[in-house]
Design a protein around this ligand. Structure first.
Ligand SMILES: Cc1ncc(COP(=O)(O)O)c(C=O)c1O
Length: 376
């Protein structure tokens, strides 16, 4: 097959003229910091979209997770359950708070946490479940809510990858005591960097706002800070870019479905790969990224596939590396003997292909044809 004339990256954001103009106007107005009016407007619009009472914007999804954990006031040796297969931001937030991450394997079909294993890890020290929705499929929230209610533990729902995805008829991001979002460049609504915490609890919301802004003193002396916070503020420029995209949010979500479903339709019958289902009984895959796992007995290895795709100008990314295999955690948490076979298998054999909102139909077709050729 003829090589594409330029490199196709895993993600190309789609920023249109109106987006660019809105940013220009924001800069021109002089409202460039977190003090600008659009920050609050963006928070209100996102909260309304997801049917939450309060939204607190921050500088990234990772920052949102750190604030979420700290706002719960966890103590040393408190335990937070999370899947091993996810972004490190989930674990980092827990570790920095001095609580302990307790890792659970993921389901081989959905790549989300293996729900049947969660309760095996719950004990008196368990305070919270940190729950990312992975790559475009929702967790089964009825089952999750039953578990957290039964054991009276907090739910931090990480909807960073799935803005616009519905579980039954309710948006992901509306389920957690705290839910978080990311607006990084590869997310559905992107402001370059950025994130948000969502909650219906006014006290938590107040904590979020203080923690993102250095916990300034409440009494006479503003500069006598009452706790250790961060500068994780979000800027008016970013919020303006987000507001511009929110105007076409339904089109953005539809396009994400279409890109993923295009690949799904053409790849679902290829024998030596595993892909996520395009729908489950309770949700349709929103395809944040299109992930592919090379099967165990396949004749071709993942290394070869990635090399061949790269030679054809096609960008790829390997899957997340599981938390129990991270060198920085292994010793500290005694993960050495932990065996989570599904997380290990998909991490070693999984990668994703270009699926950003800015990808053209010609590029999509080229990626699909090239991949099928390689896998044949
Ligand atoms: C599930 C999940 N949570 C959190 C994050 C962190 O978001 P950010 O890159 O905005 O820090 C990501 C990033 O992709 C993610 O995939």
């Amino acid at each position: 097959m003829k090589k594409y004339n330029k490199f196709i990256p895993v993600n190309t954001p789609l920023i249109n003229k109106k987006d660019a103009l809105s940013v220009f106007k924001s800069v021109q107005s002089g409202w460039i910091s977190s003090e600008g009016p659009n920050v609050r407007i963006f928070e209100k619009k996102i909260s309304k979209f997801l049917n939450r009472k309060f939204g607190c914007s921050v500088s990234s999804g990772t920052a949102a997770l750190e604030i979420a954990i700290k706002s719960l006031g966890l103590k040393k040796n408190d335990e937070v359950i999370m899947p091993s297969f996810t972004i490190i931001s989930n674990a980092i937030a827990i570790v920095k708070s001095s609580a302990k991450p307790i890792l659970v394997d993921v389901d081989l079909n959905t790549w989300n946490i293996k729900i049947e294993d969660i309760e095996k890890k719950i004990n008196k020290k368990t305070k919270c479940l940190m729950l990312p929705h992975i790559y475009g499929l929702s967790n089964d929230m009825d089952k999750i809510l039953k578990i957290v209610k039964k054991h009276k533990i907090f739910l931090i729902e990480d909807a960073a990858e799935v803005f616009g995805l519905k579980y039954k008829n309710r948006y992901c991001g509306s389920f957690g005591d705290i839910s978080i979002l990311s607006f990084y460049a590869n997310k559905h609504i992107t402001t370059g960097e950025g994130g948000m915490l969502l909650t219906n609890n006014f006290k938590l919301y107040q904590k979020f706002k203080d923690l993102r802004n250095l916990c300034f003193g409440k009494k006479k002396n503003r500069f006598n800070h009452y706790d250790i916070g961060w500068n994780y503020r979000y800027t008016n420029i970013q919020a303006t870019l987000g507001l511009s995209q929110l105007k076409r949010v339904n089109r953005i979500i539809k396009k994400k479905f279409e890109i993923g479903n295009y690949y799904y339709r053409h790849l679902k019958n290829i024998k030596n790969i595993i892909i996520q289902p395009n729908k489950l009984s309770y949700c349709k895959n929103i395809y944040w990224v299109f992930g592919i796992v090379i099967k165990k007995n396949s004749k071709i290895s993942i290394g070869k596939v990635l090399k061949k795709l790269s030679a054809q100008n096609i960008g790829t990314r390997p899957f997340f590396w599981p938390m129990h295999k991270q060198d920085i955690f292994k010793k500290k948490f005694n993960f050495k003997n932990l065996k989570l076979p599904n997380s290990e298998f998909i991490s070693k054999n999984g990668f994703y292909i270009p699926s950003g909102l800015g990808i053209s139909l010609k590029e999509l077709k080229y990626v699909k044809d090239t991949l099928i050729n390689i896998l044949k």
